[in-house]
Design a protein around this ligand. Structure first.
Ligand SMILES: *[C@@H]1O[C@H](CO)[C@@H](O)[C@H](O)[C@H]1NC(C)=O
Length: 133
């Protein structure tokens, strides 16, 4: 039987080894808890208040969501806010909540972000994160 690693392209092998090593070293309950957090899917609705229109907020939100690996949508409201929904692994949804309430696009000014309807879901209702009009 040929050793499996020899069949893998080197860059891929490097990536999988570096991802694997921290897991092998962290089998305590904290690691188990983190992994269970990563498996739990969460959904949350949001509305962001402040200077969030005309500042590429939706475009940056889309880029950030894709980078983090969450799905859902974002749109401008007639009231000058940005609203939408985020779904994904609990820890990634939490990161996106932080981005929506504390970071935003470079020219935006976030006064407040409201989150509602936060719940655990059994499967994602979207295939991607998209801008709605
Ligand atoms: C993104 O998701 C929306 C809504 O779920 C869907 O209508 C659209 O086709 C998707 N786009 C891509 C590129 O998958």
């Amino acid at each position: 039987m040929a050793p499996l690693p020899l069949l893998l392209p080197l860059p891929l092998l490097g990536a999988s080894v570096s991802r694997l090593l921290p897991r092998l070293h962290g089998r305590g309950s904290a690691a188990a808890a983190a992994m269970s957090t990563a498996r739990t899917l969460k959904s949350v609705d949001y509305e962001v208040f402040g200077r969030v229109q005309g500042v590429c907020f939706r475009m940056y939100a889309e880029g950030e969501a894709k980078k983090m690996g969450v799905v859902g949508w974002v749109k401008n409201t007639r009231q000058g806010t940005v609203t939408g929904q985020v779904q994904g692994p609990e820890d990634k949804v939490n990161s996106m909540k932080t981005w929506l309430s504390k970071v935003g696009s470079p020219s935006s000014r976030i006064d407040r972000a409201d989150f509602s309807n936060e719940k655990t879901i059994s499967e994602l209702e979207y295939t991607n994160f998209s801008v709605k009009y």
